[in-house]
Design a protein around this ligand. Structure first.
Ligand code: PLP
Length: 414
């Protein structure tokens, strides 16, 4: 079972789905009366309240939410957007399909954007910074926000992997110009596939809404032919997805509490091995605790321990490292022409993405491994725990890790 929400699917999700089927309305639009349960609207209202934002827009994926955030900000050909080189490819592809150029930046020991490197990469063309809260750990939001503010650049938070994580007592995702969440099966809560955009900016919300619904105004109740500001694409969430998410979101406190208890137990055991350390946490109380990222003294020991555990280093994560994104490295889009890679209105220097272009990120990922606490992903963190594992399993896996790491690092046993 990939993520914590998926591991907990149960009768509550079924009851929510039955409710929708019984109503006979599967689309987010239904009659304005008690026969329509309005699951998507209710889920949006709930997430807006929890994330502390004025607006929330449910869509069919986190990728769509990112694409909407970027396009609703007016970003397009000729523009640059700064993103970390350690992220899921969707953070990059959503910029590319908005026809803007992604500028890859280094991560630091938070495994999120290094604020100093972001600032060094700002040019006259930079139109946004996308801070990704990777593996449930909040990025250095204070510093990144300060960089964005100094240069008057919007900050988009990609909180796809951090639904329910907090920074300084507030949900991540709700602290930038716009933020996004994903509800695919690897995420905190899931409906199979789904996403959400949150923002305080009403104009941005209205543009994103129109884009996600053939140009219509928020929560249209009629047909607005003649009044639509621009063309949209159908990226809507269905009532079936909204229903599952309403049941799932009610499990959030249980998920966070359980994951954090298992993380603390695992960390206390693994932390006994001299020479190991953990990723930096800008707000330790806000970490979602889906992953415990361990940093080894060198790449060789990280590779040896990972392989003995049947796991991989973060450098070997095919999903998340720019070095393995062959379509990014060679600038391949579906049409193979036009902006942003082959584009007269973009920088006349050719786009140049090469493996090894982020040496600090590469060196860090090579000596790191994630011990899964609640998201098992064969391409990221094959070793560790799942949501339903209790303290006994957590202790056993942590002791297994400790014994192997101690032998590799100290040449002894424990
Ligand atoms: C950091 C990050 N951003 C964006 C996405 C895209 O989300 P989705 O799969 O819902 O399109 C993901 C999904 O894995 C992700 O991990």
């Amino acid at each position: 079972m990939p993520g914590p929400g998926l591991d907990l699917l149960g009768p509550e999700e079924l009851a929510q789905l039955t409710d929708v089927l019984a109503s006979g309305h599967l689309s987010r639009y239904g009659p304005d009366d008690a026969t329509f349960p309005a699951k998507v609207r209710r889920f949006e209202e709930l997430v807006a309240a929890e994330s502390g934002t004025r607006f929330a827009l449910a869509v069919n994926s986190g990728t769509s939410a990112l694409f909407l955030a970027i396009t609703a900000l007016g970003i397009g050909p000729g523009d640059e957007v700064i993103v970390p080189g350690f992220t899921f490819v969707a953070t990059i592809s959503s910029i590319v399909y908005a026809r803007a150029r992604p500028v890859l930046a280094e991560v630091d020991e938070t495994f999120n954007l290094d604020p100093a490197d972001v600032e060094a990469r700002i040019t006259a063309r930079t139109r946004a910074i996308v801070a990704v809260h990777m593996l449930g750990n909040p990025a250095r939001l204070d510093e990144i926000k300060a960089v964005a503010a100094r240069h008057g650049i919007p900050l988009i938070e990609d909180a796809a992997q951090a639904f329910g994580a907090e920074y300084r007592g507030r949900w991540v995702g709700g602290q930038g110009t716009a933020g996004i969440y994903s509800f695919n099966e690897f995420k905190t809560i899931t409906c199979g596939d789904g996403g959400m955009l949150v923002t305080d900016d009403e104009a941005l919300y209205r543009r994103a809404f129109a884009m996600h619904d053939q140009g219509h105004s928020p929560n249209r109740s009629g047909i607005e032919v003649g009044n639509r500001p621009f063309l949209g694409l159908n990226l809507r969430m269905t009532e079936l997805q909204g229903a599952v998410l309403l049941a799932q979101v009610a499990r959030l406190d249980q998920i966070r509490t359980h994951l954090r208890a298992n993380r603390d137990l695992v960390q206390s055991i693994v932390g006994e091995v001299p020479g190991l350390c953990f990723r930096q946490q800008p707000d330790p109380d806000g970490d979602l605790a889906t992953h415990l990222v361990v940093i080894f003294p060198d790449a060789a020991s990280a590779a040896a321990v990972s392989s003995e555990l049947g796991s991989i280093t973060l450098a070997a994560s095919g999903w998340h490292v720019y070095n393995h994104m062959e379509h990014v490295l060679s600038g391949r889009t579906v049409t193979g022409r036009g902006c942003p890679f082959d584009c007269s209105c973009t920088d006349d220097r050719p786009a140049n993405y090469v493996a090894g272009m982020l040496p600090a990120t590469d060196a860090l990922l090579e000596r790191s491994m994630s011990f899964s606490i609640g998201v098992q992903d064969p391409n990221l963190a094959p070793f560790g725990l799942q949501m339903r594992d209790g303290a006994d399993v957590a202790r056993a896996r942590a002791e297994q890790f400790r014994a192997i790491a101690a032998r590799v690092l100290l040449g002894g046993g424990q």
